[in-house]
Design a protein around this ligand. Structure first.
Ligand SMILES: Nc1ncnc2c1ncn2[C@@H]1O[C@H](COP(=O)(O)OP(=O)(O)OP(=O)(O)O)[C@@H](O)[C@H]1O
Length: 628
């Protein structure tokens, strides 16, 4: 498989063995009663649909022509009436019963199979989401949101289509072909052979079509994936698109991806233009041959060396049933597409469920309780996913309640340091401890509840301000929410909004300024009230006045908590109890602001640059890892 939609989980898919069997075992078996009921109803409904033509044939001979026994398969003759009137009314009753049974069967089949398939889809989607959420950050570094969304939505729905339509259609084909063949053979074996001689041709023709159409369906699937990726990218990058005035360029790219999909669809359709009429033609020939042979038989006696007797009633049944092959067989071509789609989707769904976690909770993990907040990094070395070493022998300790500033050039590893504390990634060697407990020995939930994190670009859900503040502390009272907002200096601006705390923030908080979002994120952390705080560039991207607000709120909330403050603006960490200067993944200097200035090293140089004391940025700060 080569489509874009099939690339993302390739690395995990290889291990997924027989995904559809697994799907059935894990999700189908718990809903087996719906499945069994659906299939029984399907078989009953389809078989019943063959009853009216069969009874019609019998009635024509016995009742209308009066030249035959009134007989039905599987029913002893002694149970059937001899009187033509009684035979007529029995025929009417049976025909009505056939239609009613077909209707009831179809109804029950629809209800039960839909319930089964949609139930499976619901469970698969929920489980996949749950599994996906528990994956490490390393997984999300690699994958695009669109790819994961597509697994949760499209793939789950492909599995539903397979269970709902493909299995039912498959069964229907078998029931119809076997049922019709059995009835024809019961009525007249010789003529049945003549009529059914065309069946292998139809099956062969269908097989040929399936072989030919399959690669084209594959192309369709792959192009659907490419188009989705294109659309997804253009939408998430809409700001860049607008500011670069590249709308027509993006439209061009979407047009080209859409055109590819159009072409792929057309190539499938071109084949089906021949298939369906081809099948009709074969059925027509079969009908004509049956008509000729049966017709000659009726008025001249058995042709072509055939022997035996053919009645008008049997002849009519033959003509009616010959037509019934086309519909189920022509669905067979969809079966392959449904099957292939479902197989690829099953591989992706289970591939995602089976992604091995890097960050795993120890079996004997204990919850971290009554935390004082002493944090220690003991000779920590770390690289992202087998890449270059990002942190090298990082070794420091922060006492409970202290504030430590992390500074250094872009890419020095500051954010990585705090990610290891929250166990978004695990150290390669060394250890990070909280109150003396290795973070790998405590439960992940309790660890993350211990740490409050305000990121560079805080995320807000589409919802009200109050809902966003309560996120993670859903039971917080209104008063507690307001209190937290006041501590974060957010209360005033919130009150000024049209609906106050009930104002909706828009998707990702787009209706708020960067500084406002930042203060909401701080308020959220205050409400969470964790013993350890991590503030990653919490004052970046805001004007000086907002910075003062934020800084004040941060000072207030980090009092009495252990706080890690990552900052490019060194003034932010000036009053910290200790400052670590990172460069190229190593702690190159440490001390208080005054001590570091005295050292006249990297920190002192950065300080002079930011304080405007030097005109030019020194060359040495333009190294590979610097961003100044
Ligand atoms: N998820 C990731 N996968 C792979 N490499 C990463 C990842 N995140 C960061 N890196 C790399 O790790 C190094 C340190 O990144 P980090 O974000 O910790 O630096 P930083 O000092 O916080 O930078 P900044 O000041 O720009 O935020 C960089 O070289 C970066 O490219």
């Amino acid at each position: 498989m080569s489509g874009d939609d099939e690339k993302p989980f390739d690395q995990y898919r290889a291990d997924v063995d027989r995904p559809l069997v697994r799907l059935f075992e894990e999700y189908g078996v718990p809903r087996l009663r719906w499945f069994v009921a659906g299939n029984v109803a399907n078989v009953v409904g389809r078989s019943a649909s063959l009853l009216p033509p069969l009874v019609l044939g019998t009635a024509i001979d016995a009742v209308f022509n009066g030249n035959g026994d009134y007989s039905l398969p599987l029913v002893p003759g002694s149970m059937l009436p001899n009187e033509p009137a009684a035979q007529f009314w029995l025929s009417v009753a049976l025909i009505v019963a056939g239609f009613v049974l077909t209707g009831v069967g179809t109804f029950v089949w629809g209800v039960t199979m839909n319930r089964f398939a949609h139930g499976v889809m619901h469970a698969v989607r929920t489980d996949t989401f749950d599994a996906m959420q528990r994956l490490d950050m390393a997984f999300f570094d690699e994958k695009q949101t669109g790819e994961v969304m597509s697994v949760l939505n499209n793939d789950a729905s492909n599995l539903e289509t397979f269970l709902d339509d493909a299995l039912s259609e498959g069964l229907r084909i078998v029931v119809m072909i076997v049922g019709i063949a059995a009835i024809l053979a019961y009525l007249n074996v010789a003529l049945a052979v003549v009529t059914l001689a065309f069946l292998p041709l139809m099956v062969g023709f269908t097989y040929w079509f399936m072989r030919l159409v399959e690669p084209r369906y594959r192309r369709v699937r792959s192009n659907v994936g490419s188009l989705n990726t294109r659309l997804e990218n253009a939408l998430s990058g809409v700001e860049l698109v607008k500011t670069s005035a590249t709308e027509s360029y993006e439209t061009g790219r979407v047009r080209s991806a859409s055109r590819d999909l159009y072409d792929a669809h057309m190539s499938v359709l071109t084949l089906s233009y021949f298939y369906r009429p081809g099948m009709e033609l074969l059925a027509g020939i079969s009908f004509a041959v049956t008509f000729i042979v049966g017709g000659l038989w009726l008025f001249q006696g058995p042709p072509l060396g055939l022997a035996g007797q053919l009645t008008v009633g049997d002849f009519v049944v033959f003509l009616l049933l010959t037509q019934r092959f086309v519909e189920p067989l022509s669905q067979a071509s969809n079966l392959v597409d449904w099957y292939e789609n479902a197989k690829a989707s099953g591989e992706r769904v289970f591939g995602l469920m089976d992604v091995p976690p890097h960050v795993e909770e120890a079996d004997d993990a204990v919850p971290l309780t009554d935390v004082d907040g002493r944090v220690e990094y003991d000779d920590v070395t770390f690289a992202y996913d087998e890449g270059e070493t990002v942190l090298r022998n990082v070794d420091f300790a922060v006492d409970a309640g202290q504030t430590v500033g992390l500074v250094g050039p872009t890419g020095a590893g500051k954010s990585t340091v705090v990610k290891l504390l929250m166990r978004l990634y695990d150290v390669d060697s060394g250890a990070v401890t909280v109150d003396g407990h290795d973070v790998r020995d405590v439960s992940i939930d309790s660890l993350r509840q211990t740490v409050g994190y305000v990121s560079q670009n805080p995320f807000l859900f589409d919802g009200t301000i109050a809902e966003n503040l309560r996120y993670g502390r859903f039971d917080a009272s209104d008063e507690a929410v307001r209190e937290a907002a006041r501590a974060a200096e957010a209360h005033e601006f919130i009150e000024d909004l049209p609906d106050g705390y009930d104002t909706r923030v828009g998707e990702r908080g787009v209706k708020l300024s960067g500084g406002q979002r930042q203060r909401l994120a701080i308020a959220r952390v205050v409400l969470k009230d964790p013993p350890i705080l991590v503030l990653d560039e919490a004052t970046s991207n805001v004007d000086t006045e907002t910075e003062v607000h934020i800084q004040r709120s941060l000072d207030a909330v980090s009092e009495e908590r252990t706080a890690f403050v990552i900052a490019h603006r060194l003034s932010t960490v000036r009053d910290a109890d200790g400052i670590l200067v990172l460069d190229g993944g190593e702690v190159v200097e440490r001390g208080t602001h005054d001590e570091l200035l005295d050292e006249e090293g990297l920190y002192a140089t950065l300080w002079s640059v930011q304080a405007g004391e030097v005109e030019d940025v020194p060359d040495r700060l333009f190294g590979a890892s610097t961003g100044y």
